[in-house]
Write a protein that binds this ligand. Structure first.
Ligand code: DX5
Ligand code: ZN
Length: 220
């Protein structure tokens, strides 16, 4: 398992998005939260904005689609140049077909679970994905508190991946900061999204380094 820190730009200064992306050049990927005001009560970027960010960013993009009708709209984000595209299981009619379409479009594929969505429906189709995203807050906004109640689900996902002899990443998103990242790593996560923790401090690079060190100390 290789640890990755993917800062979310959701709460950065959008008037200076290029420089805000430069501030996280030491991170692994930039996490881009796409919201449509239907799946979540918030609205952010479309494919053309993602395409511009992909061209400008010093690191690859990890697009997290919080949109209804993922089947219809997700591939546009792969075509826009996101290296990885994650859609929500709750928003996909045909997750296997969609995963294959995304791969064909050249993206790595993640599947996300809201806090109340169980992992069991994924168990037989894990091999279709590169990553499972276990949401550790209700999606929609940055700055919320990490849900410790999601730790057993992180553990179950990691165990299911090992039992199937697969090599998927387990991403956690929501409330990740110095105080919580160790618990998520210990439970089996290896890709960590951190929004407010990274963008609320002056030295984003130092924060990314601290998060990386803490995750490494607690992972096994
Ligand atoms: C929430 C988004 C997150 C958010 C994380 O719906 O998916 O990526 O930006 O922000 P923090 O790290 O502040 O909880
Ligand atoms: Zn996200």
């Amino acid at each position: 398992m290789s640890i990755r820190i993917n800062p979310s730009v959701l709460n950065c200064d959008f008037m200076r998005i290029g420089e805000e992306l430069d501030r996280i050049a030491d991170a692994d990927r930039a996490h881009i939260d796409v919201m449509d005001n239907h799946f979540v009560p918030n609205l952010t970027f479309g494919p053309s904005m993602v395409e511009q960010m992909a061209r400008r960013s010093p690191i690859p993009l990890d697009a997290h689609l919080m949109i209804t009708d993922a089947d219809r709209h997700a591939v546009a984000f792969a075509e826009a140049g996101a290296e990885s595209v994650t859609f929500h299981l709750e928003a996909a009619q045909a997750p296997v077909r969609l995963a294959r379409e995304l791969r064909k479009a050249g993206a790595q594929v993640g599947v996300a679970l809201r806090p109340a969505t169980p992992v069991e429906p994924l168990l037989d189709i894990l091999g279709e994905f590169d990553m499972v995203l276990v949401m550790t807050v209700e999606p929609g906004f940055g700055g919320q508190s990490f849900l410790d109640s999601m730790l057993p689900k992180i553990r179950r996902v990691r165990e299911a991946i090992s039992a199937a002899n697969l090599e998927l990443s387990v991403q956690v998103d929501g409330g990740i900061k110095r105080e919580t990242i160790g618990r998520a790593a210990e439970a089996g996560a290896d890709v960590f999204v951190a929004g407010s923790a990274v963008y609320s401090v002056d030295d984003a690079a130092a924060e990314i380094a601290a998060l990386r060190r803490l995750a490494a100390e607690h992972s096994h």
